[in-house]
Design a protein around this ligand. Structure first.
Ligand code: FEO
Length: 411
């Protein structure tokens, strides 16, 4: 059986927890699982907001049955078509054949493309409303957060925002669903990881979406993943976090991400880190890219404003794991970072030149001459590594504005 949680009057949580799937989107690790959140609003008309991943259809439909008995569902509001939220859709249609699908024009397109559904589709536009009786739903188009069809739904009477993936986190809901029922400490880093891995490329569209709600009172945020946010301080915190991340703003700290085959390039990373620490940087995260999962590297890169990347030359190219990282950062439009780079080689070095090419394509402030090392550490190379570490520390700890597309000489 199931004990329905009433979030606010007539609004029930009907989502599920996934503690089985290893990789979200078959890419990003889920060590703490993930929830697929769905919500049922019981009024004169009944609206379901989003569904769940297909593997959880059975438990999902049973939850609906407990709440509705034989009563039908009038509307399925689709804020986002990605299959982790629409997987159960055809089973739902089978059980509730008169259900009407409500979404943006792009959602209608995708509804046909993914599921062959063309009947009973209501297309809504920016600002349109749908009355359920005592509750009125208002729709806001928020394209590219993080797919083109995405929209959000706001219930004016209860000031509840159904935000789709926005403000979501990895991590299951263990017992509680509301932030007030949970120790939410574990979710903050997972919110950064979710944002940076899934949504991070689309800072501009996220900013536009946030601006739409800048003057709207929000008492409850119902995301499609993670806790339902109801505590005022938490709501302020999640909105502020999204605001900062979507502007590519970051904290005072440094990520050093490197590849190293036999430890020589790693010794350079150690020298830089130790000098930065001596100059006062406490938040230093070092990622050996052969071992660290990319998901966590990206999370840390979104968290801190200093980034140093190092690579050996490998078959006249970058070390593969380093290439993988810079491809991802480039794809995610990362900007607004202090950047330094270094490399190692045995007989013909190309890694430093290739990292320089990458840096030139990004909106970074580049620090110091790159440190290039032949075979192993020398006094001269060590001195250059220390210079990069101390200059990076100075920048990272300052309150200066980062100047994109500028190269800053080092002392
Ligand atoms: Fe949770 Fe973009 O799907």
């Amino acid at each position: 059986m199931y004990n329905p949680l009433e979030i606010n009057k007539d609004l029930f949580y009907v989502g599920v927890n996934d503690r089985t799937t290893e990789l979200f989107e078959n890419l990003w690790p889920l060590p703490q699982g993930v929830s697929y959140n769905s919500y049922l609003l019981r009024d004169e008309k009944v609206a379901l907001i989003d569904t769940v991943e297909i593997g959880f259809t059975d438990v999902f439909l049973k939850k609906l049955e407990v709440l509705l008995g034989d009563k039908p569902i009038d509307y399925l509001i689709i804020n986002h078509m990605e299959p982790d939220h629409t997987g159960a859709l055809l089973f739902l249609l089978n059980k509730y054949p008169n259900i009407k699908f409500v979404g943006s024009a792009r959602i209608a397109d995708m509804l046909e493309g993914f599921y062959g559904v063309t009947n009973n589709v209501i297309i809504v536009k920016e600002g349109e409303e749908l009355s359920l009786g005592k509750h009125t739903l208002k729709f806001y188009m928020t394209p590219m957060v993080h797919w083109p069809e995405t929209m959000m739904t706001y219930v004016q009477e209860t000031k509840t925002l159904f935000a789709g993936d926005a403000f979501g986190t990895f991590g299951t809901l263990d017992g509680g669903v509301l932030d007030s029922q949970l120790n939410v400490d574990k979710y903050w880093d997972e919110m950064v990881r979710y944002y940076s891995n899934i949504v991070g490329k689309y800072g501009g569209p996220v900013q536009k979406a946030l601006q739409k709600f800048a003057d709207t009172e929000i008492a409850t945020i119902c995301s499609t993943h993670g806790p339902v946010w109801t505590v005022k301080e938490n709501i302020e915190k999640v909105i502020a976090l999204y605001d900062r991340m979507s502007k590519y703003e970051a904290d005072k700290g440094l990520v050093i991400a490197y590849g190293s085959m036999y430890g020589n390039t790693e010794q350079l990373a150690e020298a830089i880190a130790s000098e930065a620490a001596a100059a006062g940087v406490k938040n230093i995260v070092m990622h050996n890219l052969s071992k660290s999962n990319l998901s966590y590297v990206i999370q840390d890169v979104f968290k801190y404003k200093g980034l140093i990347i190092g690579s050996p030359t490998y078959n006249a190219r970058l070390f593969p794991a380093v290439q993988n990282l810079i491809d991802e950062l480039s794809n995610k439009n990362l900007k607004n970072r202090y950047f330094g780079y270094f490399g190692g080689y045995s007989w013909a070095g190309t890694s430093v030149r290739l990292l320089g090419k990458f840096a030139d394509t990004m909106q970074f402030e580049i620090l110091c001459n790159p440190v290039d090392m032949k075979q192993s550490m020398s006094e001269d190379v060590y001195a250059k590594a220390k210079t990069l570490g101390s200059n990076m520390a100075m920048k990272v700890l300052s309150d200066d504005e980062i100047v994109p597309n500028k190269t800053t000489d080092c002392e």
